[in-house]
Design a protein around this ligand. Structure first.
Ligand SMILES: O=C(O)CCC(=O)C(=O)O
Ligand SMILES: [Fe+2]
Length: 350
């Protein structure tokens, strides 16, 4: 392992710094006011909506506590993820991803054409999930993606499915708060999720002998609506701070979730909220595990700024685009290392 594999080496300007800034500023938001057993109190909800609005505007990232997801379930899932990755490569590849179906195990992901120091296991919220066959605008054929059936650890599928239900509940609550913070109806976005394309991912970042050259995940923005991330206590997620463009570490808080707004909320909000760049550093001693839930709408969703927010002073900044086509375009460019930039929302800027 002493040899440096050039596929993992980041360009000089993207290599992680050895001195890390702790992002104490990333807002921590207490969701107690919307917990099921609490009687909704309009003034505390109003305060919460304002907190979520400013966090989305100023950071694009925040952490939530008292979110209602049972800790025992999260622990069960984290343990299952560790057991899954502890298997031999041969066993993991039995549920390997292929070019036609992005679910299952995968260890050669690239972000911006540099290989990520990680292995992943992807699992869809809905089985089957409907997506376009190709990213070609004129091709209206639709196919189904489905989930693998891992044999080990036992009950893995059941545990993931139970956890996904909790993720969806939390995602809908957060989405309502975000809608209110933008001044639109709480349920404004619900219609887009009937046939959602959401997925959950297990990430495993093994110790890396050259953490100053490689990254667990290279800098990127999340393309969907929201990401709900469970990280362990090792740390490594860095966010690009909007005020000064410095990379700052997101401090692990036990049992909290890290939420970030994705590209679709940036477009819906017509740039009021920003999908912020982030990356993952690795270290030479400790392995790290994380589990993001990517909340994605139905494939036939036309993504465009909300009409309610558009007027003469605030004209639409994006041309509409089709989510399914965007997703499929991304999947194929991440699967195959291509020496061109993959699709980005700024390609739809007016
Ligand atoms: O592992 C993490 O902390 C974040 C991973 C991430 O950004 C992603 O999978 O999109
Ligand atoms: Fe991400």
């Amino acid at each position: 392992m002493g040899e440096v594999d050039p596929a993992f080496v980041q360009d000089q300007q993207h290599r992680p710094k050895l001195s890390i800034i702790q992002a104490e500023g990333i807002p921590q938001i207490d969701l107690t006011p919307i917990l099921q057993h609490e009687l909704p109190n309009p003034s505390t909800i109003d305060t919460l909506v304002k907190e979520i609005g400013s966090a989305s505007r100023e950071w694009g990232f925040f952490q939530v506590i008292n979110h209602g997801v049972p800790l025992s379930l999260r622990q069960k899932l984290e343990e299952a993820s560790r057991k899954f990755f502890a298997q031999s490569l041969e066993d993991k590849k039995k549920v390997g991803r292929d070019e036609n179906n992005p679910t299952g195990y995968y260890d050669t992901e690239h972000t911006k054409n540099v290989r990520d120091w990680k292995e992943v296991f992807n699992f869809l919220s809905k089985d089957p999930t409907f997506v376009p066959l190709t990213s070609d605008e004129d091709d209206d054929r639709v196919i189904q993606w489905s989930n693998p059936s891992p044999q080990y650890p036992p009950q893995l599928r059941d545990i993931i499915e139970e956890y996904i239900e909790e993720m969806e509940k939390l995602a809908y609550k957060l989405l309502e708060l975000i809608a209110l913070s933008l001044g639109v109806e709480a349920k404004r976005f619900e219609e887009f999720f009937k046939d959602q394309t959401s997925l959950i991912r297990f990430n495993h970042y093994p110790p890396c002998p050259y953490p100053h050259l490689a990254l667990g995940v290279g800098r990127h923005k999340d393309p969907g609506v929201l990401t709900i991330l469970a990280q362990d206590d090792v740390g490594g997620l860095e966010v690009k701070r909007k005020t000064d463009q410095e990379w700052v570490l997101v401090k692990p808080i036990p049992n909290a979730y890290i939420i970030n707004v994705g590209d679709i909320i940036q477009v819906w909000s017509n740039d009021a909220y920003e999908s912020v760049e982030h990356r993952v550093t690795v270290n030479s001693e400790k392995e790290r595990f994380s589990i993001p839930f990517f909340f994605f709408p139905a494939h036939d969703t036309e993504v465009k700024p909300l009409e309610e927010l558009i007027n003469e002073e605030n004209p639409s900044r994006y041309k509409p685009y089709n989510w399914g086509k965007f997703l499929v375009n991304r999947k194929s460019s991440n699967f195959q290392k291509k020496n061109v930039e993959n699709i980005q929302i700024y390609h739809y800027k007016i």
